[in-house]
Design a binder for this molecule. Sequence first.
Ligand SMILES: *[C@@H]1O[C@H](CO)[C@@H](O)[C@H](O)[C@H]1NC(C)=O
Length: 559
Amino acid sequence: MDSVWRMLRINILVYLVVLSFLTSSSLVRATVSFDGRSFMINGQRKILISGSIHYPRSTPEMWPDLIKKAKAGGLDVIQTYVFWNVHEPQQGKYNFEGNADIVKFLKLAQAAGLYVHLRIGPFICAEWNFGGFPVWLKYVPGIEFRTDNGPFKSAMQGFVSKIVSLMKAERMFEPQGGPIIMSQIENEYDGVEYDIGAPGKAYLAWTAQMAVGQQTGVPWVMCKQWDAPDPMIDTCNGFYCEGYKPNKPWKPKMFTEVWTGWYTQWGGANPHRPAEDLAFAVARFIHNNGSFFNYYMYHGGTNFGRGGSGLFVTTSYDYDAPLDEYGQFNEPKYSHLTNLHKAIKQAEPALVSSYPTVQWFGKNQEAHVFTSKTGACAAFLSNYDPTYSAKITFRNVQYDLPPWSISILPDCKTVVYNTATLNNVPTTWPKFTPLGGPLSWQSHIEGMPSADDRDTFSKNGLWEQIGLTWDNSDYLWYLTDVNVAADEGFLKSGYWPKLTVQSAGHVMHVFVNGGLWGTAYGTLESPNFKFPTFSKNVKLNAGVNKIAILSVAVGLAVS
Ligand SMILES: *[C@@H]1O[C@H](CO)[C@@H](O)[C@H](O)[C@H]1NC(C)=O
């Protein structure tokens, strides 16, 4: 009886859904759905190719060109974080102007025929100042970040709701006819959860519920979150993700951050990832059931204004991305990946129709073969050996496979692409040369303050920098006077006293009686930033000596 009634109810529900679909189908562009194999948009299965471009890291003047190049490069999706401290620099005072005009950015993507993956966070890390949190958030009474804490959850929900309602009002979600096909809540939280235990688990469950409650009509992902609660899709970030398995068989396998390089840190190396290795990581992910991948970054860009991060990341966020910091082609990477995307799209009908059958040719050589009921066939031939060139015979044809490479055969016969072979890429590419023209530099000297000429922004006592500046400036002067008696021994002996200053900032410049006496920098000591210590003998005079320390912060860290 009970089960009959339930079936009846299900039938009624189905009718209701069908009816509402029929009545509103002219308005609704159907939905985004998924299963273990792939996403479906308008019922059509897709392998989705995505790239990260963060709107505050370029100018609105650059956006059309970046988006055009992304489209021409074969992307289906633009992925961006939402930057809370860009949009709400002061509590309740919102900014959506200039390069904070997220709606304009998303509409440009839509106009170019691209979808959007909107990573709301609102903790985003992103090597961005304070991980995207506004500084005022730190001073909300009783707050503790990213845990089961009332004031934090309330502020987080407030911002997420603000963004979602803005997107809904602009009809930005796919079921409304907009470009957003998926979102993200939180960001790489599983390490924090591991460290803090039960409150982390409770917070995670709350974030998932809160996200679902937003009713965006598109799926949510949680990257680097092995225990992402249903229906959140857990996803992989890394250099390689071919072995990743989502926590439920009905969730598609997603690579939300394929690292195209790495961020540059002040005083660090300029990281580089070869195009061949990047293409190899993507092809290997795809032939291992991958359904969505995103280049982090496709265009890295620039940290303008207060965007630098506590990880010692200053202005450049180039990331060795396919489009360089200035939006120019980074070759051969851009073209080699464009060719990869063409090959994947040629293979797509077979890819989305089946899981592969795997054939082994040796310890490190495999073929992944995808077939559809309608007769489509695509093969990926792979050689994982880093040094050995392999020859394999596949369906009676011999193929050469360079070391550490994958060949794509969209018809199971013809190699249209090999990840280690640079074909159809520019052989020369633009270089930067000095202009030598009308550029000229100007400099001006800023007066050094003294303890006597205080303006309104000064306080007595030894204050923690951020609590005083609220990060309105990278700089804070610490000033003090030291009185030296005329008969002080070191005045005669010359054994000057030692001044030792330890800072939790990034840099300090020490001035004695108006002259620069020394500078101390923090250093990158893998994996952490080491704070600076200044320790030096200082020459003092009889009478009043003025010690001034200029403390400098290169962005705020949060984890
Ligand atoms: C791909 O999916 C199939 C079917 O679920 C499974 O048997 C196979 O192990 C998966 N391969 C990888 C590399 O995850």
